[in-house]
Write a protein that binds this ligand. Structure first.
Ligand SMILES: Nc1nc2c(ncn2[C@@H]2O[C@H](COP(=O)(O)OP(=O)(O)O)[C@@H](O)[C@H]2O)c(=O)[nH]1
Ligand SMILES: [Mg+2]
Length: 401
């Protein structure tokens, strides 16, 4: 049963509710580990992205990064219950050959996500694509279920007027090459030397290998703008445990406080973990506002660090309010240990104050974001709690906290 189903089921009989709670609780207790391969030619920008997203580097700091030798393995804790085992694979040809031969099983087994980076500046596109085909073939052999994210990177180096056309052209080439890679694997016989995958052991002939439907997404990215956050938020989105529970609870909170939009950010990367938008909020014409907010808040954090002389990975701020007169109001506040929450509201002082208090009251119901050991309850209970909190409708004025 998915988290969402478990949560929804909570509205049934008492036994159903208890069972659903137990199921949700069991789910929340698990720490998920994900192997994430970061691959692509040397100099394509892999380590830069990783350092900006997870280690608080500024884009300009990445010019000082040394070349990655072999595989740089890091364990990134994301929220309380997800660990990303990030394999930053040095992209020099000798290393790539080694991953595909001696280290093949070691590198490509149990992969949750492959992030493959193409450098738009590369002068040898044919060779890059040939390597890509080999990598995808190896991945399909050992981890057929892995999600693939292809980043067409350093888009800032392409003239803005031709960016879209360049991206579209690369997308079609990459899709064609991916199909080629899949075809190679399907043609291989089970006895082939490079085919020790358990997934491929059972079929007696190559024809018996079922069609392979890869889960692949492509993004145009640059470390110099918010496109990086869009791509990486998509990458982590599907990995986040209990997403159904998070979404349901955010929706309950949004409705209870009468918000236009709520974004939940992971505290270090400022990637959007989840979001909820009201019907009114959906009329917002800025489709890229989520990654823009990630980028803005991260820059704001770095600016705070510069002017206070505190380390960049320190917390930096706990509360940020922005009131745009009759248009809208917004606040960003430290929510749980591992998250910040952004709430966008229609204008109105009373509504704003009430929302702030209710967000504070809802905090305990999101504690499961901070670790597997802490329990959480389905959203129906949270709603009851928030509903019994401060109301913006009944008189509007929240009591002094
Ligand atoms: N113009 C531009 N340069 C980038 C971008 N991303 C990374 N770089 C630069 O590319 C160089 C190589 O980056 P690095 O992360 O070490 O590449 P890796 O070998 O794939 O890990 C560094 O000087 C980065 O500053 C980008 O989006 N645009
Ligand atoms: Mg590197």
């Amino acid at each position: 049963m998915s988290d969402l189903e478990a949560t929804k089921a909570g509205s049934g009989s008492t036994t159903d509710l208890a069972a659903a709670q137990a199921a949700a609780h069991a789910q929340l207790k698990k720490v998920k580990k994900q192997k994430v391969l970061l691959m692509g030619k040397s100099g394509s920008g892999k380590s830069s992205m990783r350092s900006i997203i997870f280690s608080n580097y500024l884009a300009r700091d990445t010019r000082r990064l040394g070349a990655t030798i072999d595989i740089d393995l890091s364990h990134v804790k994301f929220l309380g219950n997800l660990t990303l085992n990030l394999w930053d694979c040095g992209g020099q040809e000798a290393f790539m050959e080694n991953y595909l031969s001696q280290q093949r099983a070691h590198v490509f087994s149990n992969v949750g996500v492959l992030i493959y980076v193409f450098d738009t500046e590369s002068r040898d596109v044919e060779r890059d694509l040939a390597t890509y085909v080999n990598i995808i073939s190896a991945l399909v052999q050992y981890s057929r279920e892995a999600k693939i994210f292809v980043l067409i990177h350093k888009m800032d180096l392409i003239q803005p007027s031709t960016r879209e056309a360049v991206f579209d052209q690369r997308v079609s080439v990459v899709r064609r090459k991916t199909a080629e890679a899949v075809a190679i694997v399907r043609k291989q016989k089970p006895g082939d030397q490079q085919q020790p995958s358990t997934a491929l052991q059972s079929p007696s002939s190559a024809d018996a290998i079922p069609d392979i439907d890869l889960d692949m997404q492509l993004f145009a990215t640059s470390i110099w703008d918010q496109s990086l956050y869009k791509a990486w938020a998509s990458i982590i989105h599907d990995l986040v445990p209990n997403l159904g529970v998070i979404e349901t609870q955010l929706a309950s909170l949004g409705v209870a406080i009468d918000a236009d939009e709520i974004l939940l950010f992971e505290r270090t990367s400022f990637l959007v973990v989840s979001k909820w938008t009201s019907r009114e909020g959906e009329r917002n014409p800025y489709g890229d506002r989520f990654e823009r907010m990630s980028n803005i808040l991260k820059s704001w954090k770095h600016t705070c660090s510069k002017f206070t002389g505190t380390p960049r990975n320190a917390e930096q701020f706990s509360d940020f309010e922005y009131k745009m007169g009759p248009t809208f109001s917004m606040f960003v506040t430290k929510f749980t240990t591992n998250t910040y929450i952004l709430v966008c509201m229609p204008p109105g002082e009373a509504r704003f104050n009430s929302a702030k208090l209710n967000v504070a009251a809802a905090r305990p119901w999101f504690r499961f974001l901070d670790g597997p050991a802490v329990g959480a309850s389905p959203s129906s209970q949270m709603l009851a709690s928030v509903g019994g909190g401060y109301s913006s409708e009944s008189g509007g004025q929240a009591p002094d906290a």
